[in-house]
Design a binder for this molecule. Sequence first.
Ligand SMILES: Cc1ncc(COP(=O)(O)O)c(C=O)c1O
Length: 401
Amino acid sequence: MHADGFETLAIHAGQEPDPVTGAVVPPIYQVSTFKQDGVGGLRGAALGAGGGSGGGSARWIEGYEYSRSANPTRGAMEECLAALEGGVRALAFASGMAAEDCLLRTVCRPGDHVLIPHDAYGGTYRLHDKIFTNWGVSYLPVPMSEPESVRDALASKPARVVWVETPTNPLLSVADITALADIAREVGALLVVDNTFASPYLQQPLALGADVVVHSTTKYIGGHSDVVGGALVVKDADLGERIAFTQNATGAAAGPFDAWLTLRGVKTLGVRMDRHCQNALRVADMLAAHPRVAEVLYPGLASHPGHEVAAKQMRGFGGMVSFRHGGGEAEAVAFCGRTRLFTLAESRAPGADDARVGGRVGTRGARRPGPPVGRHRDRRRPARGPPLGLRLTPPAVCAVA
Ligand SMILES: Cc1ncc(COP(=O)(O)O)c(C=O)c1O
C-alpha cells in the first residue's frame, strides 16, 4: 500500500455501505426514473442530498429524478474517480470519446481554436478534424513534448484549449504538464490532460496544474475488457456544473451497469499498474536487445526523450510499450500475427487480465493512425506458459513500423 492512500480511496471513495440494506458494494440501480414524494418533489431533496457526486451515504437513496441526469451507481463511480484524480467532481460517460465531445461542446464556441498533440490518439484527432471543424472550431497539431512549440503556437493564434495526452497513444511521447499548465495559464487557455495511458495511480494532472482530466475508462480504470466508458474530472465546481448541464442536455452518460463494472475494476487499479510497470520494463528491455527491433518507445527507458519528465511527474512509467520493427511492413504484420500470448486486437483495454498487440503499419504516421492490423480478430492460441516467468499481465504492445 502507498502512503498516499490511493488504494484505500479506490476501494472506499463513493462506496459507503447502502444505508437501506447495508450492502457493502453500491448496487446496480438499473432504473430509468425515480418515484417522487410529490409532483416535482424529489425524494429527500429538501434535505439537500443526492443528485450525483458527493452527498455522503444518503446519496444512494435520495434526490434522484431521471437516470440521464443522475443515477446512484453512476454517482458512486463518479465520486470515486473524483477522489482518485484529486478533483472536485467527476462525470461518467458512455465512452472516452463521448467525454471528449461533451467537454469540447461545453467549453468551445464557433471561432475558437484548440491545440492538440501532433501524435494524439487517432479518435481525438478525428473528433477535431472531422466533427468540430464543421462547427467552426479549428485545431492545430503541436508537439506537446516541446513547451516552446506550444508557446509559439499560442502566440500566433490564441487557443481556448490546450489538449494534452501524456504518454500519447501509441507513440508514448511525454509532455511536461507543469510547464504546459504555466503556459496555458498565461494566455487563459484551459489545460486538458488525457490521462488514459497513465491512469490516476501513476499520474495526477490536476495536482500538476491541469484544469480537466479526460479518461477512456475502457482502458486501465475498467481494466477487464468488459466495459466501454469515459470520464471527465475537474477541479473547478462551476466548470463541473457546466459539463453536467451539457451531459444531461446531450445524453451520453454512462449506464448503471457500466458504472458498476468500472467501479469494480478500479478497485484493483493500483496493484495492476504496479505489475504493468514491472512487466513493461522487462518487455522494453527484451525488445531493445532484439536484432530486428529498430527502436523501442517506452518512457521508462533512459534513452526515451521524455524519460526525465516522466520520472518527475509519474509514479511509474506505465504498461504500454511501442516499437518500430526493423523490417518492412510485411515483416511487421507477420510479427503481429505470430504473437502467442498477446491477443491480436484493438487495444481496447490495456491493463486487462490478458494483453493486446496491435500494429500500426505503413507510412500514415501517428498523427493519422490507420486501423490496427487484424482488427477484432482474436488469434490467441492456448498459452503454453507465460514468457519471462511472468503472470499473464504483460503490457499491451503496439508495433509501429
Ligand atoms: C488515449 C485515449 N483517449 C481516448 C480514447 C477514446 O476512448 P473510448 O474508446 O473509450 O471512446 C482512447 C481509446 O483508445 C485512448 O486511447
